[in-house]
Design a binder for this molecule. Structure first.
Ligand code: SF4
Length: 339
């Protein structure tokens, strides 16, 4: 049988525009140019992704619902047999959009980073974002009552929401009768979450990571949520691309694409290896894989054990492989305010 030589999954940050200003945003969306392509350019990226034959595609950003021809772009990939997931803050969701998404998507994921408005709105950097996310989930729930719809919640775990996992399962999940899943994942040191001070004050402590990985903890969460809801937890360490794991083939086999088609060598670190609009997919994939075992990368990551060390390594990798423009953007990042 012919082996699949490309990425298992593709993530496309379709725009860097976003109405929110999350403290942990890995793509710094809303604070930088959107780099959104023309409608024709987006369709060409969609075709290039389809040519890679991944199992699935996640459309993220930025806020995908800001893209006027989003449905057409997804249709293009779905027509090629790809399963498409859309990640949204829910800020712009309405019934018409939800129904159109339901027609073409395999999965719709609403990001909720707090089980209470105070916690969510503070993390997401905009007042009212919790109620907009709950409204989006209500709309999806109503559409889910009309037809089968795979939708759920994704929660990025930080120190300031870690204690709310139970509350999510007990009070948020039961509000939506057709909700399929709640996914809890530790924040990783990419983008704004790689800032010094953020690592100490918001990335999970080693004790919290241990708790997150405890099977008993996941079981307790599952018991608190409605039986129809799948609850998942992950420390997201697979995103680190630690050289020992890469050598053992335990890797995040994902190609991440920036809005204009530039391809990241590794999803959470700066540094691109070409563009899907000009370079053949197999060449891009080979270049990306070569980066995983680049001596600078292996050297930076080989001693990493803690989140703080991971953040330090991420900052080194970003400086080494980011362009001058990327390094300038990094230098303009605001310091993480510790209250
Ligand atoms: S909603 Fe997503 S893309 Fe927008 S600022 Fe938050 S993390 Fe970034």
């Amino acid at each position: 049988m012919e082996s699949h030589e490309g990425p298992d999954e593709v993530i496309w940050d379709i725009t860097y525009a976003c109405p929110l200003r999350c403290v942990h945003c890995y793509s710094e969306s809303g604070r930088r140019p959107a780099r959104r392509l023309s409608e024709d350019g987006m369709l060409r990226v969609a075709e290039a992704i389809a040519a890679m034959r991944p199992h699935g595609v996640s459309i993220a950003g930025g806020e995908p619902l800001l893209i006027p021809n989003l449905i057409q772009v997804i249709e293009r990939m779905a027509a090629a047999g790809l399963k498409v997931a859309v990640y949204t803050s829910g800020w712009l969701m309405d019934h018409d959009t939800a129904r159109k998404l339901a027609d073409v998507c395999d999965k719709i994921v609403v990001s909720v980073d707090g089980a209470t408005p105070e916690v969510h709105d503070r993390i997401r950097g905009r007042q009212g974002s919790f109620s907009r996310a709950m409204r989006a989930l209500t709309i999806l729930d109503e559409v889910g009552a009309e037809r089968p719809l795979n939708f759920g919640i994704d929660c990025i775990l930080l120190q300031s929401n870690f204690q709310q996992m139970e509350l999510f399962c007990e009070t948020i999940a039961p509000r939506f009768g057709h909700l399929r899943f709640v996914a809890f994942g530790a924040a990783v040191p990419g983008g704004l979450a790689s800032r010094a001070r953020f690592d100490e004050h918001e990335l999970l402590t080693e004790e919290q990571i241990k708790q997150l990985n405890d099977p008993g903890h996941a079981q307790r969460l599952r018991a608190l949520a409605p039986a129809s809801v799948t609850v998942g937890t992950t420390d997201n360490r697979i995103l680190q691309m630690h050289p020992e794991l890469v050598a053992r083939g335990i890797v995040f086999n994902v190609l991440q694409i920036e809005p204009d088609g530039e391809v990241r060598a590794m999803p959470i670190y700066e540094g691109t290896v070409g563009n899907v609009l000009s370079d053949p997919p197999d060449v891009l994939w080979k270049r990306a894989k070569a980066r995983w075992s680049d001596p600078f990368v292996t050297n930076a990551l080989s001693g990493v054990k803690t989140m703080k060390q991971w953040a330090e390594a991420a900052r080194l990798i970003d400086q080494r492989f980011g362009t001058t423009a990327v390094r300038e953007r990094i230098s303009r990042r605001p310091e993480f305010p510790v209250l």
